[in-house]
Ligand binder design. Structure first.
Ligand SMILES: NC(=O)c1ccc[n+]([C@@H]2O[C@H](COP(=O)([O-])OP(=O)(O)OC[C@H]3O[C@@H](n4cnc5c(N)ncnc54)[C@H](O)[C@@H]3O)[C@@H](O)[C@H]2O)c1
Length: 268
């Protein structure tokens, strides 16, 4: 029997994860979960103060962690980020692309600049980091796991966020292609597609919808909750659990997938 593509290690302890968007809701939760499984962490975000706060919190909990500030919209900073990350602990075994932006904008009002920025941060950075980190993983020869944050919005129309939805659809497509190319190197690439998750991002969207729908924020929240079969938003930890599973060798036969985590339905 051919064994060349079987996982080499079944344990995450001592392995190294690079997590983008680490100062944000889902990214921070992912960092905490991976730390709990014994991984070393390289955290990145462009929010320097937020990043430092998360770093200190995790170190106090016993994490071996470092922080590198980088702007996902700047290609040269991403090349530098991957170089520094690989040098930090000598390897990169897991990449979680959790950094991203969202904004509410009626389709007819989206400018080319807004469209391009959405793609630069959500798609191009996710593509480039996937490519750069997979080259490091190939060089190491020990395989790896990459998890990209897509969204339920990547699978259905979003009249108030067409640029965001299109960027998340592109992530699903890129993830599938990368998974095929990287499978011979034992590098798995998956996407997750959360529904609505209680983070700063959704706080901003709730404010925007309140203005557009002309209703108080509490009513916006009620409207969303009523549409979700489980009756509430996800908490970041619930999404982080799925990501930590996909990052681990427990998921050793899962690649090229885009997994929903949405409380039973896709709500916009
Ligand atoms: N919250 C949700 O309901 C939800 C649903 C589906 C998908 N997602 C996706 O999950 C990911 C994380 O979202 P979240 O809810 O934690 O959002 P968040 O806004 O709380 O966190 C996002 C993080 O990305 C960072 N970031 C933004 N632009 C950056 C840039 N140019 N350079 C570096 N860092 C940058 C922010 O500083 C922030 O820390 C995003 O890709 C988002 O699209 C979120």
């Amino acid at each position: 029997m051919k064994s060349g593509r079987y996982p080499m290690n079944s344990n995450r302890k001592g392995k190294v994860a690079l997590v983008t968007g680490a100062a944000g809701g889902i990214g921070t939760s992912v960092a905490r979960k991976l730390m709990q499984s014994g991984m070393k962490l390289v955290l990145t975000d462009f929010n320097e103060a937020g990043l430092e706060q998360v770093l200190q919190e995790l170190r106090q909990l016993g994490a071996e962690a470092a922080a590198i500030q980088a702007d996902l919209s700047k290609t040269e900073q991403l090349e530098e980020l991957v170089k520094k990350s690989a040098g930090q602990y000598g390897t990169i075994d897991v990449l979680v692309n959790a950094g991203g932006i969202m904004d509410t904008r009626p389709f007819l009002e989206i400018s080319v600049e807004q469209w391009n920025l959405m793609f630069q941060i959500n798609v191009t950075a996710t593509f480039l980091l996937t490519q750069l980190v997979s080259k490091v993983m190939i060089e190491q020869g020990t395989g790896g796991s990459i998890v990209n944050l897509s969204s339920a919005a990547g699978r259905s129309p979003r009249p108030l966020a067409a640029h965001y939805a299109a960027s998340k659809a592109a992530i699903i497509s890129m993830t599938g292609s990368a998974a095929v190319v990287l499978a011979p190197y034992k590098i798995r690439v998956n996407a997750v597609c959360p529904g609505l998750v209680d983070t700063q991002m959704m706080q901003k969207v709730r404010e925007e919808r309140s203005r557009i729908w002309n209703m108080p924020q509490e009513d916006v929240q009620k409207r969303w909750d009523q549409l979700i079969p489980l009756g509430r938003f996800a908490i970041p930890d619930e999404v982080a659990s799925l990501i930590a599973f996909l990052a681990s060798d427990e998921a050793s036969y899962i690649t090229g997938e885009a997994m929903g985590i949405n409380g039973g339905t896709d709500v916009s």
